[in-house]
Design a protein. Structure first.
Length: 317
């Protein structure tokens, strides 16, 4: 039996960006190779290698005050992922951003609403073969839908995470540095976390070190110092992760990468996860263990406040 986490939206309700359960006006729109359609009419051929083999890459962005946030960094990472699977992007950054803007406009974002943006690039349509030469043109898909923030209590009370048994991909298999459309590894890990009623699953690498969450990066605070696993522990180079480290430096919060194990998590004064769509979410419980005093900590709160201030500042890309 799968037990859903306690935080979430009721079925059929798309909450406003505040996280409260209210209907929004924004429609879900999908741009497939330059053609924009509603979610029920957007199609891609079944012979697309993204569907057949999971060959593709993606980025998830969100808007603040109607503007995609840290878009330059996301485009850089998209091209890094593309190079790691020998995929040539068919569009310039400016052309991709123009398609994103057109799709947001078609979705009809109302004042006060924010958008979730998923940008996917696949190997494209080809024969049933692993040969990249069979796919002459990559497919570019952009999904725009209402951004759904975690509920307020996720930030004020913290959330439960679970240490799962699924191991993060070995870098010599599907390297976690590739933001790949092939997400089975993370999906299985998160499904295990769901059975425990957790908001997120925390994954270890093949050496037993803490790596990252299934859809987020992991931080702990101990003795006032911010710690996060290094990329060598097998994790995605998170855009929000890097931004938080920059914020910590600006605020004078000691921060560094460090190899972390289970005991480092359980002995932490604070813990939190970071992701594009969820910002910084305090972790106050891991399975049956309480982190720190069981409440969101002061370092997490300070970093979150500064993150939101910067995210709402015009011109931050």
């Amino acid at each position: 039996m799968v037990v859903a986490p306690t935080f979430g939206a009721p079925a059929g309700i798309l909450p406003h960006a505040s996280g409260h359960g209210t209907l929004v006006a924004m429609r879900v729109m999908v741009n497939v190779n330059g053609t924009i359609a509603g979610r029920d009419h957007a199609v891609i051929p079944v012979f697309d290698h993204g569907f057949l083999y999971g060959e593709g890459i993606y980025e998830t962005l969100r808007t603040y005050q109607g503007r995609p946030f840290l878009v330059d960094r996301h485009m850089t990472r998209l091209r890094t992922s593309a190079a790691m699977i020998a995929l040539t992007l068919p569009l310039s950054d400016a052309e991709i951003e123009a398609r994103v803007a057109a799709t947001i406009a078609a979705a009809g974002m109302a004042p006060g609403e924010e958008a979730y943006i998923r940008l996917l690039v696949t190997r494209g349509v080809g024969d049933l073969t692993y040969d990249p030469a069979a796919c002459p043109e990559p497919s570019v898909v952009i999904i725009v839908k209402p951004q759904v923030d975690p509920p307020d209590e996720a930030f004020t009370r913290g959330v439960k995470a679970s240490l799962v048994s699924i191991v993060r991909n070995h870098p010599a298999t599907v390297n976690p540095l590739i933001k790949s459309n092939n997400l089975l590894n993370c999906a299985l890990a998160m499904q295990e976390a769901y059975t425990r009623g957790a908001f997120e699953g925390i994954m270890r690498n093949y050496r037993g070190e803490l790596a990252e969450c299934t859809t987020a990066n992991l931080f702990v605070v101990r003795g006032g110092t911010l710690l996060t696993p290094p990329l060598e522990s097998g994790l995605l180079a998170g855009i929000t992760r890097a931004f938080v480290l920059e914020i910590a430096a600006a605020l004078g919060v000691p921060a560094r990468e460090a190899v972390l194990h289970d005991d480092d998590l359980f002995a932490a004064d604070e813990a939190f996860l970071t992701s594009t769509t969820r910002e910084l979410v305090p972790i106050t419980t891991v399975d049956e263990s309480t982190i720190g005093d069981g409440r969101p900590g002061p370092v997490t709160a300070r970093l979150l406040a500064e993150f939101r201030r910067r995210a709402s500042t015009p011109g931050v890309r």
